[in-house]
Design a binder for this molecule. Sequence first.
Ligand SMILES: [Zn+2]
Length: 271
Amino acid sequence: MPQDWSVKWRDFAEQDQQAGDLAGELADCPPERFTEPIDTLAVAAAAALATEAVPRVLENDWSLYTPQQAAVVTATLFSQLTASARALEALTGTLDRMAQRRDLEPQVTGSPQKDSGTAAHTRLRAAATEIRELLDRHAGSCISAVDDIPSTLVLPADEHHLLEAVTPLLGESAALRAGECDAALGICRCHVEFTCASESWELVRIDEMWEIVRLDGAELGPDGGLTHSSLDRPSWVCLGVQEAAAHPRQLAETALREAAAATAVIPPQHD
Ligand SMILES: [Zn+2]
C-alpha cells in the first residue's frame, strides 16, 4: 500500500495563505470544473511549471531555515512523483476511452478490446511501476533522514527579539533604538541604526516588510516618518524579507548588501 506523502505538507499548505492561493484552484481538482482538453492541458502544464519552480527557489541562500522544513519539501517532491505515477496510469484509461469512441486507428492501438496490450499502455504502466518502486525504495527513508537532522537554530520569538539579535550583526556602531513596544499587543516600533560605507541607515519594519531607510539627508516629517529632500539616491529599500521572526543573519546580510548597493548608486547628472 503506497504511503501518502502529502500528510507531511498538506497542513502547511492549508495554513499558509500563499500556498493556498497558489494551489487552491487545483488542490481538489473537481472534475466538473475541468471537462475539456484545454482544461486538462492547462492543469498539466501548470503543474509542470510549478514543479519546475521548486529547484529554482531552493537555490536561494535562505530558501529554508531548518532540516524539518526541508523534510516538508522532500515530502512534496515524493508526492509529486506519486501523482505522476497515478497520472501515467490514468492516461491509459484516457486512451481506452478514445479507442472506445473509435477515434483511434486500430493498427496503431490494436483492437479496442485489447487496449491494455498496446505499446503505449505497456510503456505508461511500466513507467508508473518504476516510479512506485523508486518511491518504495527511497521516499520514507529520505524524508525521515532529512527530518531527523537536529537543528540548533532558535529563531527570535517576535520582531523585537529579531531586532535585538540582528543589532550586533550590523557592525560595531549599530544600536537598537527603542520605540513604542508592547509584545503582548504585538506592537514594536523600535529600529536599529547602523552604518554602511560611512552612510547611516535605520532598519525598520513597515507594513509587515523589513526595510532600510537612509538617515543622511532625512528629516522628520509631520507624521513622524522620515522624509528626504534629495532624491538622487534611494532613500529607502525594501529588503524583500517578510517574516517578523526571520533568520537574524538573513536580515543582517540583506540589510548590509542592500545598503551597500544603494550607496553605490551613481546620482544622475544634472546640467
Ligand atoms: Zn520593540
